[in-house]
Ligand binder design. Structure first.
Ligand SMILES: Nc1ncnc2c1ncn2[C@@H]1O[C@H](COP(=O)(O)OP(=O)(O)OP(=O)(O)O)[C@@H](O)[C@H]1O
Length: 239
């Protein structure tokens, strides 16, 4: 375990390599249950990847590992030269804030805060500060997402609107890595397609790596690679 130097943060996307990664959990003190088992996985920098598979297969577990949320029981998760499994929790937190735009399955919004303040939330924890530029960018993102008045509280938003706030927040700092857990799940087909376009455009313009957990066939068809997980194992890949 070691701290991380600021010089190790990257401005450009890096290839991803998993080696002998497994995750085991213990339920009610019973025997360890292996929920993820990936001998090897390589994803090139700037790739646009769909991660699919049945409920409980391990998709969210994998996405969280890639974001440095938790560590694998065994194995290496390397973004470029940086192995997340070797970092302390606080180093992983700082790395995530700098490098990752993450859309959680359950959004992680703060209900009492406005749309705008939720979009700006990552700056509260980072060193970037809440500059005028970011406020302008947050308002612009909110508009592009078709959200209502950005002063409205998150508590009163529909699920689909909350999902759009979560996506706007992930795009705020123009990250080199975009990870999204079912980002179109709460949306009708038209809005889902529009948000898919926003995510894909954001990734393309930035040259970011985009990895999306999704069951949405329209979104899957627009991504370059499909990874399928069943019972914690990678089953097939396209192309
Ligand atoms: N901390 C934990 N303790 C016990 N079981 C866990 C833990 N974390 C994950 N699991 C189990 O690991 C499996 C994979 O969960 P995960 O949330 O990654 O699945 P998923 O493919 O994202 O499912 P869904 O599509 O329903 O969101 C599930 O069976 C889940 O119950």
């Amino acid at each position: 375990m070691r701290p991380i130097a600021e010089s190790e943060f990257r401005e450009t996307a890096e290839p991803l390599a998993l080696r002998a990664v497994s995750v085991e959990v213990r339920q009610d003190g019973g025997a360890p249950l292996r929920v993820l088992d990936i001998p090897s996985l390589d994803i090139s920098a700037g790739a646009r990847v769909a991660l699919t598979g049945p409920s409980g297969a391990g998709k969210t577990t994998l996405l969280h590992l890639l974001a440095g949320i938790g560590r694998p029981t065994r194995g290496a998760i390397r973004w470029g030269g940086l192995d997340l499994a070797n970092l302390t929790e606080s180093a992983r937190d700082r790395w995530r804030r700098r490098e990752i735009g993450l859309v959680f399955q359950d959004f992680h919004l703060i209900p009492e805060l406005s749309i705008l303040d939720n979009i700006l939330l990552p700056l509260t924890f980072g060193s970037a500060g809440r500059s005028q530029n970011y406020s302008k960018r947050a308002v612009a993102l909110s508009e592009r997402m078709g959200l209502p008045d950005p002063r409205r509280r998150a508590a009163v938003l529909s699920r689909g609107e909350q999902q759009r706030v979560a996506i706007a927040r992930a795009l705020l700092q123009d990250p080199a890595i975009l990870l999204a857990d079912e980002p179109t799940a709460s949306l009708d087909a038209t809005t889902g397609d529009a948000l898919g376009t926003l995510l894909l455009d954001a990734a393309r313009q930035r040259g970011a790596t985009l990895i999306v957990v999704t069951h949405d066939p329209h979104l899957i068809a627009r991504l370059d690679t499909v990874l399928r997980i069943e019972a914690g194992k990678l089953m097939e890949t396209r192309p």
